[in-house]
Structure formats: C-alpha cells, structure tokens
Design a protein around this ligand. Structure first.
Ligand SMILES: [Zn+2]
Length: 69
C-alpha cells in the first residue's frame, strides 16, 4: 500500500507490482494533468538551460544611442 502525495488517497499496489508503477497508474487515472505537466516541465527545463537577464541590457544602449542622436 502507498499513499498519494497529491490527494492523500491510499494506492493499492497489486501483487507483483512495485510501489512506483502503482503510484504512476493512480496518477494517470486521477491526476493525468499533473503527469503531463511534469513531463512538459522537464522538457522545458532541458530546452531552456538558464533564463538570462541580458535582454534588458541589450535594449538599453540602443535607447541611449537614439536619445543622443
Ligand atoms: Zn491521488
């Protein structure tokens, strides 16, 4: 037996199953959005290694140059 961390429900672990797959099955049945979101977040994190703040700094000099000219 296991406990769902999301809804607190008791998850039955069938004979021959380990807790992991049983919990995953519960999530796909009861919290499918959460499973899909987790995957999407992981992919997004892989695609975007680190958010940079350089965008603002790049824009600033152009504004200064324009005001001078
Ligand atoms: Zn649950």
């Amino acid at each position: 037996m296991a406990e769902c961390r999301t809804c607190g429900a008791t998850i039955e672990v069938p004979e021959g199953w380990s807790v992991g797959p049983a919990v995953r099955r519960h999530y796909w049945e009861v919290h499918p959005e959460r499973m899909q979101k987790t995957r999407a977040d992981k992919k997004a994190e892989e695609a975007l290694p680190a958010p940079k703040k350089g965008g603002r700094k790049r824009a600033a000099p152009a504004v200064v140059a324009a005001s001078k000219a």
